[in-house]
Design a protein around this ligand. Structure first.
Ligand code: HSE
Length: 438
C-alpha cells in the first residue's frame, strides 16, 4: 500500500529522542524504499522547548506535557523516550489503554512494570516494543523473541552497560583514573541521567531482568537479581587479571542450573581467549547458549544517539507494518504466551558455584600466608594459584592475589569474613568471580 503515512508522537528529546528525530530525517528515503510508507512525526514533547539540542524541532507540533500527545493528534504510535518510571509509566499505560501502540527505550520501565504493561497491552490488542531498552543498536530482543523462538535457552551472558565497559577499557588502555573516564562517558552521552545506575550495576540489572524474562519464560523480577557494580575495581586488578590471562568485564548473567535460575550482575574475570573478552569501549555483546542453535554471539554499539535510535526506529517500522497490514498477530511482549510463564526458583548469590580472584592486602611478615590458607582449608576452598605482588608505595604491606578452584559462594564469603578479621590483613578483600563462559 503506497503513500500510507504512519503518525508518531515522540515524548522525550534527550540523546535517544534527538537521535530518532535525526535518523527519521536522514534515512527517510531508505526507510520508504524498504517499507513503502512514510513515518511522520505528528508531534513531539519535551519539558523545555527552547533548550539547545542536537536536532531541529522547528516545524513540529510541540507539547510540554507528554500526556497531551495521546489526545491531541491522531497518533498511531507513541514513542516514549523520557526515561524513568514515573511520567513514562503514566504515558505508556494511558496510551495502551486507549489502544495506541508504544515504542520505548525505557529499561527501568519494562524491568519494573513490564508484567503489568504486558497484561494490559495484550488485553487492548496493542504492542509495546522495547528493542532499544537493551544493548543499544544490537537487536538482541528480536533475536531472543523471534530468531531463537525454536530453542530452549540454557544461559545468557552479556556486557550490557556501555558506560562501565567504556570505563574498564579506558582505565586499562590509558591509565586514566575512574572519575576522568566517567566524565568522558557522560560527555559522549553514554551514561544515564544518574550515572550511579551505570557504575552500580542497576542499569545492567534492569536489562538482565528483561533478557531473562524473554529467554526463560519467567515473569520480570528485578528484585531477585544480585547486583554489584564496578566501584571497587582498581587499575591493579585490571593489570593482575591481565597477567593471569583474563580480562575484567562487567557481566550480566542468567543461567538455568539444576535447582533454579541464577540471575546476577557483577564484574567478572573472563579468559582473554573468549570473543566477548575483546568487546571494548561502549560496545555491548551478548552470548546466548541454546539447545538447537548452540552458543551465538551478538555485538554492537550499546549506547549513543543514532545507534540507539536505530533500534527505536526499527520497532516503529515493525509496528507500522502491522498497522498497515491490519494484522492482529503479535509476538508476546515477554516472548512467551501470557499464562505460560513458569515461576522458577531464583538462586541466592550464596548458592552459586564459581572460581574466584581474590586480592588481599597484608602486612609483609612471615607466616601470614599460612594463616590465610589455613582458613581457606577449613572452608574446603582449594587454591589454584597465588601471586605475591610488590606494593611500590609502602613496603610494609603487600598485595597477594589468589585464584581459587570452583567452590560454593557461601564458603568464600564466610572465609573472607574470618580472613578480614586477622590483624595482619589490611583493607577489604577484593573478590571477583571468574566466568569461563562455556
Ligand atoms: N547508560 C546506558 C549504558 C545507556 O551505558 O549502557 C544504554 O542503555
Amino acid at each position: 500500500m503506497k503513500n500510507k503515512k504512519i503518525r508518531i508522537g515522540i515524548a522525550g528529546l534527550g540523546t535517544v529522542g534527538s537521535g530518532v528525530v535525526n535518523l527519521l530525517d536522514k534515512n527517510k528515503e531508505e526507510i520508504f524504499r524498504r517499507t513503502g510508507f512514510e513515518i511522520e512525526i505528528a508531534a513531539i514533547s519535551a519539558t523545555d522547548k527552547t533548550k539547545q539540542r542536537d536536532c531541529d524541532i522547528t516545524g513540529f507540533k510541540f507539547y510540554s506535557n507528554p500526556l497531551d500527545l495521546i489526545d491531541s493528534e491522531q497518533i498511531d504510535i507513541i514513542v516514549e523516550l523520557i526515561g524513568g518510571d514515573k511520567v513514562a509509566k503514566e504515558l505508556v499505560l494511558k496510551s495502551i489503554k486507549k489502544n495506541i501502540h508504544v515504542v520505548t527505550a525505557n529499561k527501568a520501565l519494562i524491568a519494573l512494570h513490564g508484567n503489568e504493561i504486558s497484561e494490559i497491552s495484550e488485553k487492548n490488542q496493542c504492542d509495546v516494543a522495547f528493542e532499544a531498552s537493551v544493548a543499544g543498536a544490537v537487536p538482541i530482543i528480536k533475536v531472543i523473541r523471534e530468531s531463537l523462538s525454536a530453542n530452549k535457552i540454557f544461559w545468557i551472558a552479556g556486557i550490557i552497560n556501555g558506560t562501565t565497559n567504556f570505563i574498564l577499557t579506558k582505565m586499562l588502555q590509558t591509565k586514566k583514573n575512574f572519575d576522568d573516564v566517567l566524565e568522558e562517558a557522560k560527555k559522549l552521552g553514554y551514561a544515564e541521567a544518574d550515572p550511579a545506575f551505570d557504575i552500580g550495576g542497576i542499569d545492567a540489572a534492569h536489562k538482565l531482568a528483561i533478557l531473562s524474562s524473554i529467554s526463560f519464560g519467567i515473569p520480570l523480577d528485578f528484585n531477585s537479581i544480585y547486583v554489584e557494580g564496578i566501584e571497587n575495581i582498581e587499575l591493579d586488578d585490571l593489570n593482575y587479571a591481565k597477567e593471569l590471562g583474563y580480562v575484567i568485564k562487567h557481566l550480566a548473567i542468567g543461567r538455568r542450573v539444576k535447582n533454579g535460575i541464577e540471575l546476577r550482575v557483577h564484574p567478572c574475570l573472563i579468559p582473554n581467549t573468549r570473543l566477548i573478552a575483546n568487546v571494548d569501549g561502549v560496545k555491548n555483546a551478548v552470548v546466548v547458549s541454546s539447545d538447537a542453535a548452540g552458543p551465538t554471539l551478538y555485538y554492537g554499539a550499546g549506547a549513543g544517539s543514532l545507534a540507539t535510535a536505530s533500534s527505536v526506529v526499527s520497532d516503529i517500522i515493525d509496528i507500522s507494518r502491522k498497522i498497515i497490514s491490519k494484522s492482529n498477530v503479535s509476538v508476546p511482549l515477554q516472548s512467551y504466551q501470557q499464562g505460560s510463564q513458569s515461576k522458577e526458583n531464583i538462586l541466592n548469590i550464596r548458592e552459586i558455584k564459581s572460581r574466584y580472584y581474590l586480592r588481599i592486602r597484608v602486612i609483609n611478615e612471615p607466616g601470614v600466608l599460612a594463616r590465610i590458607t589455613k582458613i581457606f582449608g577449613s572452608k574446603s576452598i582449594s587454591i589454584e594459584s597465588i601471586l605475591q605482588k610488590e606494593d611500590l608505595i609502602n613496603d610494609e604491606f603487600v598485595p597477594i592475589v589468589l585464584v581459587t578452584h570452583a567452590v560454593v559462594e557461601k564458603n568464600i564469603t564466610d572465609a573472607l569474613v574470618d580472613i578480614e578479621n586477622l590483624e595482619v590483613v589490611k583493607d577489604k578483600i577484593i573478590k571477583i568471580r571468574i566466568e569461563e563462559l562455556n
